[in-house]
Design a binder for this molecule. Sequence first.
Ligand SMILES: [Zn+2]
Length: 282
Amino acid sequence: MSDQSNPRFKQAADPLDQVLRTLTAEQKVYLRGARAGAPAPVGDQQSGLEIANIAGIAGQTRVVLARGDDPAELGNELRRLSTEIIRLGGPPAGAAGRAALMAWFQADASAGPAFVKLCAQLKERLLALDQQEAGRAAAPKTEPPTNEEILAAELGRQLHANAPGDGFRHVTAILVVGGKVYRGKNAGGEVGLVTAELVRRLADKGEKWSIPNCAEVHALDAFVKARTLADKDAVTKALEGSRAIIATVSAKGQPLATWGPCGACEQCRQWLEKLGIAMVKG
Ligand SMILES: [Zn+2]
């Protein structure tokens, strides 16, 4: 039976973590501001409070160390410190008691440094725990879904939907900009002037390209109209840095009355690329 399989060994957490768990809120406040550069307390009440904190931290640490098999050197130093505090009249010893304790710290070569080191180690862990706590508090704010996630969900629904069984070719483009979905269909009717002018400018005018036949054009048109973008510069600006994405699916009707992925035509590929709209395979 190895040490690791011994339940008592498993339960034994790091002594410093055990000490931290037993400290009072007041003692933790003391540790967070511990030592380095901290102003000396003013008056009997504050001085007494600091000595109470020192006595408490030393005492709690001794209790934890005493539980271990090896009380260690630190335990002996802390015992000497506790004895000195009691000798000086106990924690409520006021400003005079604090001054006497600080003088003892100065004069003693081992107990003072041992306690300062202990405080520094406890402070380091305490600040790390504070940060974890802050991270947990911030965590419940869930991130809004990305354009990619929204498109994936839309595509999932579309590919499982019933396709029209009329024998005609049906194409649907799904454009996602700023978390919003804009759909377009082939033969979707008239295209707005701003959209028509923009895509015509950005694509080589293929002889056979009929703008209103492209589902992608209608999806862009839906976006332009929803945002009431007045000209091509407004459209370009609205898409800039938006990480807009688009996917196209088609169904040929009977006997293949199901949706499947389909690519954009050569002209659409050109204007989509120039507008920075990423094409995702449907
Ligand atoms: Zn097209």
